[in-house]
Design a binder for this molecule. Structure first.
Ligand SMILES: [Fe+2]
Length: 214
């Protein structure tokens, strides 16, 4: 059994394992540190492939950006409690990196005033099936939880427009890490403290598997 460095996962924000995992091994790895949650399409292992607008679901990043760069975001921001961990894995090499950024560390460097703006921001989280209000930044059972996905979240109160400006300032001053997929690999990241994205697609045959963990 592969042991995950949970301390690193919850501090740095992600762990990479350079090894090929079959589906059973991926689910066993995921179950070893949490409860596996089904994707909204009911699959425990979701298959990610680049799509153009005609094949993508409305409201998704693929629908908006197609083969272009995906901006930094949280996965499952439309869940009241977003998936805490996400596993991405490849078995076939591809040249398009996943980008990842520890937003908790960036927030920690902000002054008190800016942190308060992020905490007091109210966003409307809306998809075709759900709608609720949420802050960008909160604590769940004492754990930092940052939720950000412009595809399903809109600034709702006056202060959230200031929060948007702070987020854009953080992004403009930061360079996310690039996780490459040129070897078989598993990436596990903490979706509450990291945002992630994707570089523009080089190879339309890019396939990644994804698992959500509570
Ligand atoms: Fe994502």
């Amino acid at each position: 059994m592969t042991l995950i460095d949970i301390k690193k996962l919850n501090e740095v924000g992600w762990v990479e394992i350079e090894k090929s995992f079959d589906n059973g091994e991926l689910l066993s790895l995921a179950s070893s540190f949490g409860t596996v949650l089904a994707h909204p399409n009911q699959q425990l292992i979701d298959i990610l492939t680049p799509k153009d607008r005609n094949k993508a679901q409305f409201g998704t990043l693929s629908f908006k950006y197609e083969y272009g760069k995906f901006p930094l975001h949280s996965d499952t921001a439309f869940w009241v409690r977003p998936s805490k961990y996400v596993i991405l894995a490849n078995s076939i090499e591809n040249k398009t990196a996943t980008t990842i950024f520890n937003i908790r560390q960036a927030v920690a460097r902000l002054d008190f005033h800016r942190k308060e703006i992020l905490k007091r921001s109210v966003y409307l989280v809306k998809t075709k099936n759900t709608s609720f209000y949420s802050s960008l930044m909160s604590y769940f059972n004492g754990e930092f939880l940052f939720r950000y996905d412009p595809m399903c979240m809109r600034p709702f109160n006056a202060i959230s427009n200031k929060a948007e400006a702070i987020i854009n300032e953080i992004f403009s001053q930061s360079t996310p890490m690039e996780i490459t997929w040129q070897k078989p690999k598993v990436l596990i990241f903490n979706n509450w403290i990291c945002l992630h994205g994707r570089n523009p697609i080089d190879d339309p045959n890019r396939i990644l598997k994804r698992i959500y963990i509570k």
